[in-house]
Design a protein around this ligand. Sequence first.
Ligand SMILES: Cc1cc2nc3c(=O)[nH]c(=O)nc-3n(C[C@H](O)[C@H](O)[C@H](O)COP(=O)(O)OP(=O)(O)OC[C@H]3O[C@@H](n4cnc5c(N)ncnc54)[C@H](O)[C@@H]3O)c2cc1C
Length: 511
Amino acid sequence: MFVDGRELESGTEVEADVCIVGAGFAGIALAMELMDSKLSVALLESGGFQESPKHEALLEGTFDGPHKNKNYLHTSRSRYFGGTSAKWLGICRPLDPIDFEHRPWVADSGWPFDHRELVPYYDRAAPVLGIRPFKVYDRDGQLAPSNFLAGREITRFVPKVLYRKKPIVRFGDKYRKQLKNAENTTVYLHANVVELETTPDGASIQSAIAKNFADRQIRFKARHFVLAAGAFDIVRLLLTSNRHHAEGLGNAHDQVGRRYMDHTRLPQTGLVMQTEGRPRRWHSTGSASVPGGFSYVMFSPTLEAQRQLQMLNCGVRLMPLDDDTEQDIDPGTLARDVGGLARGLDQTVTSGADPMPRTKIRFTTKLYNEHIPLAHSRVRLDTERDALGQLRLVVEWRSNRQMDRSVERTLELLAMELGRTSRGRLRLALTDPLYGPPSFLGSHPMGMTCMHPDPKKGVVDAECKVHGLENLFIAGSSVFPTGGFVNPTHTIVALALRIGESLRRRLESVP
Ligand SMILES: Cc1cc2nc3c(=O)[nH]c(=O)nc-3n(C[C@H](O)[C@H](O)[C@H](O)COP(=O)(O)OP(=O)(O)OC[C@H]3O[C@@H](n4cnc5c(N)ncnc54)[C@H](O)[C@@H]3O)c2cc1C
């Protein structure tokens, strides 16, 4: 059932077993998981069924990061039923096994469990996202004969398949009817939570206070609460709910808001010149129409290469230029470029500087790079308030030299692989004003309430329950200790289903 919060009387109190704050991917997936349980569920959504300027204005804040992302706090999320599924591109892939590992060269890396823990939830998340179990796309993609970099002689990169379903699944549309008909679930629209109230001893949450633009205030009481309001608003709610915890909820050790990450996208980092004589089919990057959608391949440095060269996880996509835009390269320029690139690199590449007449640029390289969870890359409260009285956010995105160096190393390694296997040559364009535009962030906010068994080093435990509070969970990418290089939503939905299972275990056994 749907209830419009603007039509309730101010002061209304609602009770449920589980109160979920936010009806985006995480909140809706969790509500769907609990739909056939004995639990009553209140799903609270800030907005209505459509975008509205007033709700958009709630997204405003200060973003201090790469200048291309001036409007990041707006462009990276949506504020109405269905959440950012209204904007997303539908690209899915689970995180890599290495993303869960502690890597000595990446400070604060390591999830509290390895990737096998999430495998069953990734499988269950697939139909929720409207896709098939991911191993199907992986298998088909790996078998595709046309991957430019695939093949036995390429040893330092592995192809990874990403899948994009068409038409793109919008959770607000896909699940609206089922939520309307659900017996145990009520979706409250125009129920913008502004505070979580704890019991006087501060040990658990007793209610969530919601407001709306019709000046109604509604109190939601529940046995368990799940914050699924998107990474930034989860931080905002924890920090502003400071009645009994002056520093905010879950923040006894100053961890809330820290380790803000995204993915850096570098749209054009290099130009790949294909060695003449290669058959045409090598031109494909492996992108293909597959049943119900589209899949494409990115190449990551192997685990061994990442270990050996102390790199972050990364995906390189070779973007083919079509015949019209393929550029002829003057052999002299090419020899100079490749010669310059080869200095200090592997001997096999140096030999690649031999003149190569009539070479063409076939691809540009696009990079998606992992971030390091840096404590000083953070989100904090501003002093200004929004129209519903909540303090706004200041986001301070920070990177470091290791992150830049990792991009450079990945490209150098790619250049060596192309040269060594005579597939082509790579001209690095990282600092080229023509080809190397500034990087930007990928609208994938992660971190800020990281998962760690030690409350001094993280905000939630391995179950995604907030340390120090008995009944508060967090569903979303803010719990990711690290975020790999792939889009986060498949993992967000997998974790939401895992929280659902945990809530059922806790609540269904207790009368
Ligand atoms: C342009 C774009 C393209 C993207 N493409 C991809 C992609 O291809 N693949 C991918 O994996 N990811 C993609 N993403 C990222 C993806 O959209 C997010 O990972 C995902 O939406 C996060 O899900 P969520 O449920 O945590 O948050 P959201 O989907 O943002 O949902 C949060 C919900 O909480 C509500 N809310 C917020 N505050 C409150 C409050 N105080 N009270 C009540 N309700 C509240 C919001 O209105 C919203 O409905 C893309 C993002 C953008 C912007």
